[in-house]
Design a protein around this ligand. Structure first.
Ligand SMILES: Nc1ncnc2c1ncn2[C@@H]1O[C@H](COP(=O)(O)OP(=O)(O)O)[C@@H](O)[C@H]1O
Ligand SMILES: [Mg+2]
Length: 337
């Protein structure tokens, strides 16, 4: 019998980070919200983090959260939806300020300013800003559990092999400093550079490095981070999960489990008034459920039914949480309410 989510959590007392991976539209954000909700109910401070302004935590919690910082939606339940663009522009302002302070100048030379501006067009910059925000929250140690709701970057598996991209943030900063140093050769020599300002920048880089190292260590340790794949009983999702499993293996990462979502309650088949259409869909799903059990058996941590409406709002989230955590995995195939 596969471990349920609850068993899994009991067996992993050091768990800090939970990440749902998988293709878009299968239920990652829904599971993320339900996980944050469940932990909060257990009396643990939880933070749900998302970056995707579309189909997001704002939708599910029915609150506009985007770019508003950490919001407490219920006791112990915190949610943050970061505005990566804004983060990038404030990072750019920060770099400009540092350069101004360091060289005691009022205006950044045009070439350097342009160089800093182009950074915002790089896709890696967007991701870096996101990871930096995640790393900062983790390093703050303000929460017991962090649920990172990721957009479907190729299975979210990339997350963990992100080491290089994480460093892009620092590289950018270091590069900007190098550019500034070239400028210093040419011009700032006359004005002189404060050694204190240089130190401040170096200290800051060191701090960022530490923060990212801690983030990386936490994410790559299966005691502290759980990666869970969300799938539905359909062919494509099964193939996708198989591929992801192989990829995880290749990367030397432990997959913590799979969540089967949007499963029509099989007991509906007993109803005489069931439409042909639904009967066919349910029967099809049951075939795939068998395949899922065969292929991922030990990984299955929960089975969540297809609800009669989109799970939005606290009441529905609590229902999802119940299925995710309080029902014994595969045995919960029956009953949607
Ligand atoms: N068990 C479910 N029953 C009914 N609708 C669901 C269920 N799980 C998710 N949904 C709906 O499916 C859509 C995709 O879910 P979402 O959690 O946003 O997926 P993802 O984050 O993986 O893209 C949303 O509209 C959501 O409300
Ligand atoms: Mg989502």
């Amino acid at each position: 019998m596969a471990q349920s989510m609850k068993d899994f959590i009991k067996l992993h007392p050091k768990l800090k980070v939970i990440i749902y991976a998988g293709k878009g539209g299968l239920g990652k954000t829904t599971c993320s919200a339900a996980t944050g909700y469940w932990y909060a109910k257990q009396g643990q401070r939880s933070l749900c983090f998302s970056t995707d302004p579309q189909a997001s935590l704002s939708d599910i919690f029915e609150r506009d959260l985007f770019g508003k910082g950490e919001q407490e939606l219920a006791r112990n339940l915190f949610v943050v939806e970061i505005d990566a663009d804004r983060k990038i522009s404030s990072f750019q302002d920060e770099v400009r300020k540092q350069i101004r302070d360091m060289y005691g100048i009022d205006e950044i030379p045009k070439e350097i300013d342009e160089y800093i501006n182009t950074a915002s067009y790089e896709p890696a910059m967007h991701e870096s800003a996101t990871y930096d925000a995640m790393a900062a929250l983790l390093a703050s140690r303000k929460y017991d559990v962090y649920v990172f709701d990721m957009p479907p970057f190729g299975h979210g598996v990339r997350m963990i092999s992100m080491a290089k991209i994480l460093d892009a943030w620092i590289d950018k900063m270091a590069e900007a400093r190098k550019k500034a140093a070239e400028f210093k050769e040419a011009e700032a020599r006359i004005r002189g550079v404060s050694a204190e300002a240089e130190d401040a920048v170096l200290n800051e880089l060191e701090e960022i490095r530490n923060k990212l190292d801690f983030f990386r260590e936490t994410l790559t340790n299966s005691d502290t981070t759980a990666f869970l794949m969300v799938l539905i009983p359909e062919k494509m999702a099964i193939l996708d999960t198989e591929r992801a499993l192989k990829m995880f293996e290749k990367l030397g990462i432990t997959l913590s489990g799979v969540i089967v979502n949007q499963v029509y309650p099989a007991e509906l088949l007993k109803r005489p008034d069931l439409s042909e259409f639904l009967r066919n869909r349910i029967e099809m799903q049951q075939v795939y459920m068998e395949e899922i059990k065969e292929k991922f058996g030990d990984y299955i941590r929960a089975v969540i039914p297809m609800f009669d409406r989109e799970p939005k709002g606290m009441e529905m989230i609590s229902k999802v949480a119940e299925h995710l955590f309080e029902k014994p995995g595969l045995n919960s195939l029956r009953g949607a309410r």
